[in-house]
Design a binder for this molecule. Structure first.
Ligand SMILES: [Zn+2]
Ligand SMILES: [Zn+2]
Length: 277
């Protein structure tokens, strides 16, 4: 098994090339930019790319799909819950606002338990919704390599700011990933590679969710509007640029917490204001 990590694109996503050493067939996971370099790395190893695989449909993970598909003819693979976005006009517009090309329509939709074969290697598909509804992780059983995608074990903690993200699904997915008997863990952001069991990092990563919730509850000792809540920067800790983008993400993530807290009767909404009960 050949595996190469490359940091690509303006968001610094870790893209991975994985290939069968005997047949030289391979896959590219999350090509989020630097397409020429990815192609050069494949050429250098003499690889034929069978699949362009995306852990999920976020722009920084799929923006190289088009160029790589054109160059290699490989099939684009995603979970249906994220794949269905692509090929629509509004998605093209959304991506062009970000200055990134959207993925072409997805060729192959996969789900939990599916196996992607290339050469003599197989990649097991694990559906891990939460970050996005169609987020996927991948497991190479033989060498025990687990691709965690955006469950990246960073101190920032899990991100669940999409319309269809879910806090509960995020927690269940992380709990499931923790149980997989891997020997190497690969993520799409920051550290990227863990060659020893992340151990406590799993729990610290999950604990960020509770920490956000308790900070929010403290803040709601007085009634607050959503604008107040966003200004408290509980998730991002401080205003970040571009502010518009981060303020929206802060709001979306806080809204997920508020929905749960209101459903559990820990918080009430009175007019425009939320208050701890
Ligand atoms: Zn993402
Ligand atoms: Zn990401």
């Amino acid at each position: 098994m050949f595996i190469k990590q490359m940091t690509v694109g303006m968001m610094g996503v870790c893209c991975y090339i994985a290939a069968c050493e005997e047949t030289k067939q391979g896959v590219i996971i999350d090509p989020g930019g630097n397409e020429e370099e990815i192609l050069a790395a494949c050429d250098k190893e003499g690889l034929t790319v069978k699949y362009i695989v995306n852990t999920h449909g976020h722009p920084d993970h799929v923006c190289g799909n088009g160029k790589l598909k054109e160059a290699t003819g490989a099939d684009i693979v995603m979970h249906a819950a994220d794949a269905d976005f692509f090929g629509q006009d509004k998605v093209e517009q959304f991506f062009s606002q970000l200055g990134l090309p959207a993925s072409p329509p997805v060729d192959k939709r996969v789900e939990d338990g599916d196996i992607l074969a290339f050469g003599n290697e197989t990649l097991a598909v694990i559906h891990t919704p939460g970050h996005t509804p169609g987020h996927l992780c991948f497991f190479f059983q033989e060498p025990g390599v687990l691709f965690l995608g955006d469950y990246d074990l960073t101190p920032f903690g899990p991100w669940y700011g999409d319309r269809d993200s879910s806090i509960q699904d995020t927690i269940s997915s992380i709990e499931r990933l923790k149980q997989i008997p891997a020997t190497i863990w690969l993520t799409c952001h920051e550290t990227g590679i863990f060659e020893e069991n992340p151990g406590d990092l799993w729990d610290q990563y999950l604990a960020v969710i509770d920490h956000r919730e308790s900070r929010l509850l403290d803040y709601l000792n007085e009634p607050r509007t959503m604008a107040d809540i966003v200004d408290a920067w509980i998730v991002y800790q401080r205003p970040r640029e571009p502010k518009e983008f981060y303020a929206l993400a802060e709001e979306m993530i806080m809204q997920k917490h508020l929905d749960l807290l209101v459903a559990n009767s820990a918080v009430v909404k009175e007019g425009e204001r939320y208050r701890r009960k």
